[in-house]
Design a protein around this ligand. Sequence first.
Ligand code: SAM
Length: 259
Amino acid sequence: MTSEVVSSASSEVDRAYSDHSLAELYDLLNPWGPSDEFYLGLTMSAASVLDVGCGTGALLRRARESGHHGRLCGLDPAAAMLDVGRARADIEWVQGDLASCSLPGRFDLVVMTGHAFQVLLTDDDIEAALAAMRSCLVPEGRVVFEIRNPLTRPWESWTPAHAVEAVTASGSTVRVEHQVAEPVEGDVVRFSETFTSSDWGTPKVSRTSLRFCGVERLAALLAAAGLDVVHQFGDWNSRPLTDDSPEIITIAAPAPITS
Ligand SMILES: C[S@@+](CC[C@H](N)C(=O)[O-])C[C@H]1O[C@@H](n2cnc3c(N)ncnc32)[C@H](O)[C@@H]1O
């Protein structure tokens, strides 16, 4: 199952997602972990699932492999990332973003995983995305996503000293270094990712901006989009959210319509 829906956003995604050779390395550099297990449990319990910013679609592919028989739909503006997911033809892959395409039908669960929610940089972007996710839901549906907790300032360890390395199936070593580009003011962090590989002559650099929206601002944006917080967790073991928690994991539901 594929779709021809293509958004203008496809030309604006970071190089890490638009470059085919980098997209093909994504799953190696971002191996399956506790966050994926958390979302897999929710996905397996929902009859129909929309994964916004699905990337290579690892979650949906694992759900299908694990026996999910319902509707699985992955939406992402990056064609190169979706091309990895398309190895499985029994999932709907849609190129675009929430603003650019209207998907048929409604979903029991809409997720945004792998901190993809943090690509939404302005209040308007976030409110529009939340409202679009709400409009994709059945009345009893849920929206689930996470933001790294800004109070823990995780970007302070995004330095070359914390570079990540992985070995590809063909034996090449790939290295990724993060470097915050400028002093962080406000809640948007701008940084570069430099990918090096023995297979390439020159490194590939991807520049990214991510928003670290705080919990109070997020609450206001959820309410403005007509979503109620059902649960908020601070980590992938569903511990309560505190100032020290690494994550702000939000499960939200459509607010009742009041007349
Ligand atoms: C860090 S990756 C996460 C991928 C996947 N969700 C995961 O957990 O592995 C972020 C993804 O967000 C996508 N993205 C970028 N801008 C987006 C937007 N406006 N709406 C939806 N997804 C977007 C990128 O193309 C990329 O695939």
